[in-house]
Every structure is written in C-alpha cells, then in structure tokens.
Design a protein around this ligand. Sequence first.
Ligand code: FAD
Length: 404
Amino acid sequence: MSERRDVIVVGAGMAGLRCAVELRVRGLEPLVLEAADAVGGRVRTDEIDGFLIDRGFQVLLTAYPEARAAFDYAELDLRRFVPGALCRRGDRFTIVADPFRRPLAALVGLLAPAGRPGDIARVLRLRREALQGTLPELFARPETTTAERLNELGFSPAVQQTFLRPFLAGIFLEHELETSSRMLDFVFRMFATGATAVPARGMGALSDQLAARLPAGAIRLGARVAAVKPGAVVLASGERLEARAVVVATTGLLPEVEPRAWRSVTCFSFDAPVAPVHKPILVLDGTRGGPVTNLHVASALAGGVAPPGRALVSASVIGPSGTATEADVRRQLAGWYGAVVTDWRLVQALHIPHALPVVQPHLRAPRLDSGIFACGDHLQGPTLNAALATGRRAATAVVGALAR
Ligand SMILES: Cc1cc2nc3c(=O)[nH]c(=O)nc-3n(C[C@H](O)[C@H](O)[C@H](O)COP(=O)(O)OP(=O)(O)OC[C@H]3O[C@@H](n4cnc5c(N)ncnc54)[C@H](O)[C@@H]3O)c2cc1C
C-alpha cells in the first residue's frame, strides 16, 4: 500500500510550480509529477552549441502582479528591452519609441510611416482606458476582438500595419487579432506600467527559481500521469499514487477544461558573426509580407546567451508547422539586412504547436465538479500572469478543502 500524500500536483510548468510553492508556504507537502525531463513546461531554456535558447520567444512583463508576488526579480538579473520597436516598412526601418509609457515621445515614429496626427490621440485614449479600474473590472468589460477594438478606436491603416498589428500578432501569436479586446487592454496596461524583460540566463530561470523553493524529492521528473481521479493518479507506468487532493496543472487530462484550440509558432535561432541590431529592441515586419513577424538579438539583451564574439538572432514565424522554411526566413531577412545573412548558421528551428491556448480570458473555478483541482493558463488566459494566478488560487482552494 503506497503512502497517502497531502497533495499531488500534475505538471511542473509555471502554474504547477506556483501551486506547489504556495502549498508549501501553507504547511502542506506537495508532490509534483512532471512528464518531461526538466521543470518549466513552456518556460524552458536549452543549451545548444554554447547558446542559451528559450523555447520560443517570450518575455516577462515586470508589471504582472502575480509575477511580482511570485519571483525575486533581483535574483533573476533581469535584462530589459528598449521600449517600442523598429518597424520594417518599404526599404527602411522606423523607430516607434515608447507608445505605452510615453505616447507623445512616440509621435515621430508613429507619424513617420504615414500615420495620422489622430493616431496619437488614439494611443492616449487606449492607454487611459487600459489603465482604468482594477484588473477584475478590466476582465469584466464588454468584449470584442482586438482587431475590432483597434478599428473602433479609429487607428489609421498605416499605424495598424506598421506597428500595432505585427506587435500584437507577436504577443497573441495570431495575425487576425481575434484575441479578446480585454487582453489588448491588459497587455497595454502591463506595458504602460512596467518593463519588458528576460532573465540574464533565459526565461528558464523563472521556472528554476520556483522549483528551487521546493525541497529535494518534491518533484518527480519523467513521471507522466495517464489518469486522474479525486484523491489518486495513475502514472503511464501503471503506478498508482494517492493523495488527499489532486491538482491538475496541465491540459490533456480533464476534458471539461480543454482549450478550444492552440496558437502555434516556429522560432528560428541563428548564430551570427555580427549582430544585425546592436540594441535590445524588438524588430517588426511592418509590411505583413512575412513570414517572420518579429525578430530580436537575444545576445544584445543578455550577452551570456551566446558564446563570446557571436550573436544570437531569434526570429518568430506564427502559424502551423511548415508555414515557412529556413530559406523563406533567410530570404526575408536578407531583404532587411543584406548579404550578411548568408553568414548566419541556423542553430535551431523549434516548432511549438501548443504555444498559447485559445480561451476566453475569464476565471474558471479551481475546483471542478469532479472534485479535482485545476490550474494553468488554459483556465484564465494565455499569459505567465494567468498561469501563476491560477496556481496560487488552486493552492488556496486545496488548503480550504483540506481544512474542512
Ligand atoms: C512561444 C511562446 C511565447 C510565449 N510568450 C509569452 C509572453 O511573452 N508572455 C507571457 O506572459 N506568456 C507567454 N507565453 C505563455 C506562457 O509561457 C504560458 O502561459 C505559461 O508558461 C503556461 O504555464 P502552465 O503551467 O499553465 O502550462 P505548461 O507550461 O504547459 O505546463 C504544463 C506542464 O505539465 C506537464 N505535463 C503535461 N502532461 C502531463 C502529464 N500527463 N503528466 C505529467 N506532466 C504533464 C508538461 O510537461 C508541462 O511541464 C508564451 C508561450 C509560448 C510557448
């Protein structure tokens, strides 16, 4: 007869780790079961040929309230992006300075690619509305799509195409901007009130920091769960484990909380002898010609992610596998940077089919009718903030249930 634990948490992504850390703080002894060979889920950093490469381009918005509560930012040694973006349009780049925190300073860039003076007023209005009220109030606002909201606000086609659309497509991983307008307001608020950052050793440092708060033996790697019931899980190996409560911190096990669909992306990582951009700034395809929507030089942000004398260039292509070949990507980037692109060596082309879940941004209760607890970004919205929030809430619900 196996020992009965306090709590089993299935999945060591952001949500599962946050849940386990909160359970420990409240005096319980969780066991985390993780199918993969390391913690982090979608937030991992791999070492390949001396480069530290994140599993897809992602960033920490330092204003995320849940991240501020969960992480020790100083220990992460955060490297901050220059606000705004370099937008490719025609045969040149235009800089859009910082439309979120200093909309007036962004004036020059916003107008340069044929934007209209009214666009500045629109950014100011979007900013004012995004900053109004509490976050729960923001997520209860009337909802439309991001595309419709940009049109309702009256942004000129030039500003939408050059900056807003590629910028937001890179965040939501979809070009049509069908994502809820609540998410637009939420990310705008986060950009307006904090920095865009990545830890010096890559995003995986976030997962490692949470995992380090759990005692040895609290996480079992390579432990794939095949089935869950209230109070028990069965591993793919056939082993059965019992606990007073089970928290499922992943998709694929509970049909009642499966996302409608997933957004996909492919990240092309190149080893370049010379960086095409020396600043830590986002570069956007302002033509919608594609296939690359955004690019950045990761080693300009954090030198330690590339071997000395090399640059790590990361380019993202939104969409299913096969949307673009390496040759397609090189062709586009040669148009931007010229023949030097032929000197770049592809280190990795990583396709991530399940990058962001398609869900309405709302709060699902952490305790399901089945008596099982659930957390993960698929319960609230596709961000680190949501994953962390759901993990914390699941821990609170478990503590409450076990105290009864
Ligand atoms: C390319 C990309 C870019 C992104 N960009 C951003 C960004 O810029 N900002 C932002 O806020 N968010 C971003 N995100 C989203 C963010 O990474 C996620 O919201 C968050 O990591 C989700 O965490 P999670 O714990 O809910 O899920 P996951 O990270 O998916 O964790 C689930 C865990 O469960 C494990 N697991 C699955 N099945 C089983 C099983 N049967 N048994 C045991 N273990 C199992 C998995 O291996 C995994 O470790 C991005 C994501 C991707 C992929």
